[in-house]
Write a protein that binds this ligand. Structure first.
Ligand SMILES: Cc1cc2nc3c(=O)[nH]c(=O)nc-3n(C[C@H](O)[C@H](O)[C@H](O)COP(=O)(O)OP(=O)(O)OC[C@H]3O[C@@H](n4cnc5c(N)ncnc54)[C@H](O)[C@@H]3O)c2cc1C
Length: 431
């Protein structure tokens, strides 16, 4: 396969030196010489993959980028809790891939990647097609570790939904809540770390409580947690006491929150001391691992996640394959949409620099995460990260969370900013 040379890159980017990438930022919209094109394949058109594909094209329009995504539309996990809580419709969190092609020249193929051959540098698709690459980026999100909670497999998730991949599961959980009687009980089981969206289970409890407050005020929510502490904990607990007094019970790991077995017929879950909890609606969020294609391709280690050089996201197990987003072991960064997008941009810079024979500029990574405690009550956390000897680490005093004691206007403004966050992250992937 032909290489996109340093000379081509410099010509395409309109920059003269390696450090110019860092100084000038993204060299946008410059036409590359054709006929000598490198090929990049990206597996997974979610927050990591779509962002990375788009930014490679923005950086180096002379590189051919093919994005392989199994679904025709992308339904975001961010804001899917608002659908479960009856605030938004699923159409409002569903997005198309058209503009990636039209505006950015990314070749989007809707197919399932079934095999990676890292020696031959090929990707096989379910349709039978084989794609060759110079660089492969893998961003398949997560896969569940089925049966780690005994009897919780894919079939059981049709009765006790996880709703942890947005789409039909989101709607199933919503329907179950709508069908539940007033005075019923909902259980949410939250997994041990690491998992995608650390504050997600607690935001979900809030937005279900918000729905119950209006429509089924005698109902209760129990969170059975495999942890003793969780993201934004003081802010959430403060919000529960303010907006939903006595409606949400949190059972920590030490208090027996770790669920080890489900029984879909008896509608119960069992904890690690043999105690059982019955409920009308049971939302099981099972333990995760890296996406299935990453496991199959030997990109994951014993932890179930993919070790990478955290500066470039190149796999430490397979050369010229980069892993980003939830599947990657990315130091102190959480598994979040914003983190995946930030990694997508760093990875795009690394891949383009390498294809052009340039040095990778010093990376900087960001995460911001908003959660709804109520539709007009938002909270947030943000952090900036740099590469250190120990991998990606948060920069001291370069982030922080929402303050605890503020008035309603402040919380309301954070909910408004959350919508801005959502719109801009989606635009960063697709627009
Ligand atoms: C309820 C919930 C709420 C959340 N809220 C937030 C939030 O408010 N803020 C935030 O920052 N994060 C949030 N997250 C986390 C966020 O959704 C993930 O961290 C993010 O989606 C990770 O991006 P990714 O690219 O790794 O994976 P994804 O975005 O999941 O994308 C993976 C894509 O790969 C595709 N794919 C997988 N395997 C293949 C294959 N073999 N072939 C072809 N295509 C394939 C999938 O179809 C999918 O489109 C939330 C998560 C949940 C569950």
């Amino acid at each position: 396969m032909s290489k996109y040379t340093r000379r081509d890159f410099v010509k395409a980017a309109g920059v003269a030196t390696a450090s110019a990438i860092g100084i000038l930022g993204w060299p946008i919209g410059v036409q590359a010489k054709t006929g000598n094109r490198s090929k990049v394949v990206v597996i997974g058109g979610g927050y990591g993959g779509a962002t990375c594909a788009k930014y490679i094209r923005k950086l180096a329009p002379g590189v051919d980028v093919t994005l392989v995504e199994q679904n025709k539309e992308f339904i975001t996990c961010p804001f899917s809790n608002t659908v479960i809580g009856g605030i938004k419709r699923i159409e409002e969190i569903t997005h198309k891939y058209d503009k990636l092609k039209q505006r950015h020249g990314v070749d989007v193929i809707h197919d399932l990647a079934t095999e990676i051959d890292a020696t031959k540098k090929t990707v096989k698709l379910k349709s039978g097609k084989t794609l060759g690459y110079d660089k492969l980026i893998v961003s398949p999100g997560i896969e569940f570790v089925w049966n780690k909670i005994a009897a919780y497999d894919e079939k059981a998730s049709e009765i006790f939904p996880h709703a942890w991949k947005a789409g039909p599961q989101t709607l199933l959980l919503r329907r179950q809540l709508e069908g539940m009687k007033d005075g019923g009980t909902v259980i949410i089981t939250a997994p041990a770390d690491p998992y995608r969206c650390p504050p997600g289970p607690y935001e979900r409890a809030c937005l279900i409580a918000n729905y119950f407050k209006q429509h089924k005020p005698k109902s209760k929510i129990i969170i059975l947690d495999a942890k003793d502490k969780f993201s934004k904990q003081p802010l959430f607990i403060n919000g529960w006491e303010t907006l939903y007094p006595k409606m949400i019970d949190w059972v920590s790991k030490s208090a027996g929150g770790t669920v080890v077995r489900v029984d879909t017929k008896a509608k119960l879950v069992e904890n690690d001391t043999g105690f059982t909890y019955e409920a009308d609606v049971i939302n099981v969020i099972p333990p995760h691992q890296a996406g299935a294609i990453a496991q199959k391709a030997g990109l994951a280690d014993k932890s179930g996640w993919c070790p990478v050089n955290q500066r470039t996201f190149e796999s430490t197990l397979h050369k010229d394959v980069h892993v980003i987003g939830d599947s990657a072991l990315a130091g102190e960064m959480p598994k979040s949409a914003y983190a995946a997008g930030s990694q997508g941009k760093v990875c795009a810079a690394a891949v383009v620099a390498e294809l052009g024979g340039l040095n990778m500029p010093e990376p900087s990574y960001v995460n911001t995460c908003y959660s709804f405690v109520g539709p007009e009550y938002g909270i947030s956390v943000a952090a900036v990260y740099r590469i250190t000897d120990k991998g990606i680490a948060a920069v001291k005093d370069a982030g922080g969370g929402s303050p605890k004691d503020v008035d309603d206007t402040f919380r309301n403004m954070e909910a408004v900013y959350a919508q801005g966050w959502y719109d801009s992250t989606v635009a960063d992937m697709f627009e």
